[in-house]
Design a protein around this ligand. Structure first.
Ligand SMILES: *Cc1c(COP(=O)(O)O)cnc(C)c1O
Length: 367
């Protein structure tokens, strides 16, 4: 989807906030582990290239989710190590090697397909994924990992790392976390040699299980200023939300008692009411579930009334406002705040999803 820079609606991204958050994590985890910034999914909606450029001197590497995201960073002349966190299409391995990318090896079966490609393997680095209980990708025992190490050696592929991923690091109950921790430790004991990087921690694990941070911290959501647990666990230090979603009133009118608004006529005015129209809708990732929630205008919470349509929605105003008045959907407005976590709670989802769903049509503006 094309970005619409001439529109009233934009996502404002504060790159300084992201840098400050990264600095705070560096202090929190200490100087031994390397910090790798997770900029997958367009940096959780914040813009992968601007974010990566902003933090490149603060971090040792980047993590992305697929080959195309890694290519985007290389095309932007970012030369740091880049780890692709999932198994790429085996036939594309030559592209990864040429671009000096590090790829996740999710299984022996995958690696056997990769070595069938006729490429120069000496430039290829792999991190073996261990499934310690997440159940997504990775080997479940040391034997499979050892067969992969042997196969990599045979083809001159560099076995650079081994890692796992926690399923419950953001929860108060740490029983499952501990079981995963033990399983991973045991597999590390049993592999034929320890690679340069052994790593396991995402944001939540680094925050609440700091002792588990080994050679790399894979820092994702809190880099952007969000708590991975939503409102469940407290953060040990303050971070700043980097993204605000803002728009303007494009149309203001007084409707009479009994007037209905929007598709399905689901809202009926109980009395004479000032109504504002805002240029945002579900095609922007502002989903139809947002009906009944609120936005901020002039420091006041205003209810979203009627169905959210594809490109526009209506809000209830307390008085008449001029066209162009700022409407804050996520962020601060005259001392009042709506966070991505607030929006997530309303939608019964997580703040990660709220940010990732803000579509490309919404222009990202960098402060
Ligand atoms: C997305 C992801 C991360 C980062 O997760 P956060 O919760 O955002 O810190 C780390 N590791 C892997 C394997 C991931 O997929």
């Amino acid at each position: 989807m094309k970005s619409s820079p001439h529109r009233h609606t934009s996502a404002q991204v504060d790159l300084e906030a992201i840098k400050n958050n990264v600095q705070k994590f560096k202090q929190h985890i200490g100087s031994k582990p390397e910090l790798w910034a997770v900029v997958k999914a367009n940096a959780y909606g914040h813009g992968a290239v601007p974010v990566a450029r902003a933090v490149k001197d603060l971090v040792a590497g980047f993590c992305v989710s697929n080959l195309d995201e890694a290519i985007e960073l290389r095309q932007a002349l970012l030369t740091q190590p880049i780890l692709i966190l999932s198994g790429i299409v085996p036939e594309t391995i030559g592209i990864a090697a040429n671009l000096n990318l590090t790829v996740t090896a999710p299984s022996l079966a995958w690696l056997k397909l990769v070595v069938q490609e006729s490429i120069d393997f000496s430039r290829l680095k792999i991190h073996i994924a261990v499934d310690s209980g997440m159940g997504r990708i990775g080997v479940c025992d040391a034997q499979e990992a050892n067969e992969m190490i042997a196969l990599a050696d045979q083809y001159g592929i560099e076995f650079e790392g081994i890692f796992t991923h926690f399923a419950t690091a953001d929860e108060a109950d740490d029983q499952k976390f501990k079981a995963q921790q033990e399983k991973f430790a045991q597999i590390i004991e049993e592999i034929s040699r320890r690679p340069r990087y052994v790593h396991s921690t995402n944001t939540a694990a680094a925050l609440w299980h700091t002792e588990q941070v080994q050679d790399i911290e894979r820092l994702g959501v809190s880099m952007y200023g969000l708590n991975p647990s939503g409102k469940v666990l407290n953060l040990p230090f303050e971070i700043e939300a980097a993204l605000s979603l803002v728009s303007e009133l494009t149309h203001v009118k007084k409707v009479t008692k009994g007037a209905t608004l929007g598709y399905g006529a689901t809202y009926e005015a109980e009395q004479e009411t000032w109504i504002g129209t805002v240029s945002i809708g579900y095609a922007d990732g502002w989903t139809r579930e947002m009906q009944g929630f609120h936005v901020l205008v002039d420091g006041k919470f205003c209810e979203i009334v009627g169905r959210v349509s594809m490109d526009q929605m209506m809000i209830k105003l307390d008085q008449e406002y001029p066209l162009g008045t700022t409407v804050t959907l996520i962020g601060e407005n005259q001392g009042k705040l709506i966070t991505a976590t607030d929006v997530a709670e309303w939608r019964k989802t997580i703040n990660y999803e709220v940010l990732c769903l803000i579509s490309d049509r919404v222009e990202r503006v960098y402060l």
